[in-house]
Design a protein around this ligand. Structure first.
Ligand code: THU
Length: 236
């Protein structure tokens, strides 16, 4: 049908600005691209779960209950708002990090005189602590290290047995116009993925851009298919 080949900007309610976004983010150029763009996951909003039934493999769920208490935890950089949410079967903590403030605060410690690309990485541990890291460069360029690895190696050294819940990364630059979310390099993905494997629990990854767009991945392994794993190193 010819109408399906119309450019997406001509669809009522789309217009040039949204069309740009649809093209860039989802490769939707025509009416037909949109029609055949199926959701990659389906969230059944008719289902309400019980807190006692929650498990790691339920990333998107609905709960029904009450917030029974609010609390501010942590000081200065790691300050966050915690609400205690209760249903008939249990209580869970809901944590807000006040937007991206907690990751942005990792940035001023970046040492990036050579690239001018300042990266901040924050790691939320299961004990509630937040560990910040930033990129540390060196005049011998390859000797420097990305923010993600600075943060995660610190966690590995200081809290070897505490699980990592989330890694959030952001970037700031006066020299570049950064609009996309920061995309961790392959080496950082490999390192994060191994820590995820080691703790046998997914690490959520939040990738943030200076314009406050975020891309969230439920686990690192989604960012690194076919990762190199320790069984590959097993001796015969
Ligand atoms: N960088 C990071 O710290 N994390 C990333 O995810 C990408 C790149 C740093 C490394 C270097 O200091 C600068 O950004 C430019 O590559």
């Amino acid at each position: 049908m010819a109408i399906l080949e119309n450019p997406i900007e001509y669809l009522k309610g789309v217009g040039p600005t949204r069309a740009e976004l649809l093209k860039k983010e989802l490769s939707i150029y025509t009416f037909s691209d949109l029609l055949y763009h199926f959701p990659f996951r389906y969230i059944d909003k008719s289902l309400i779960y019980n807190i006692c039934d929650l498990s790691e493999d339920l990333p998107y769920i609905q709960l029904r209950g009450k917030i029974i208490k609010f609390e501010e935890k942590g000081k200065f950089r790691s300050k966050r708002l915690i609400a205690y949410f209760q249903d008939d079967t249990g209580i869970i903590e809901l944590v807000w990090f006040k937007g991206a403030r907690w990751i942005k605060e990792a940035i001023p410690t970046a040492y990036a005189p050579y690239s001018g690309f300042l990266v901040g990485a924050s790691i939320l541990l299961e004990n509630g602590e937040i560990i910040n890291g930033s990129n540390q460069e060196n005049v011998a360029y390859p000797s420097g290290l990305c923010a993600e690895r600075v943060a995660i190696f610190y966690v590995g050294a200081k809290y070897p047995n505490v699980k990592i819940l989330t890694i959030a990364v952001t970037v700031f630059s006066k020299s570049f116009n950064v609009t996309d979310v920061i995309s961790p390099c392959g080496a950082c993905r490999q390192v994060m993925a191994e820590y995820e494997d080691k703790q046998d629990q997914p690490i959520k990854v939040i990738l943030h851009s200076p314009n406050d767009t975020v891309l969230i991945s439920d686990k690192v392994s989604d960012l690194l298919p076919f990762m190199f794993k320790s069984p590959h190193l097993k001796k015969h």
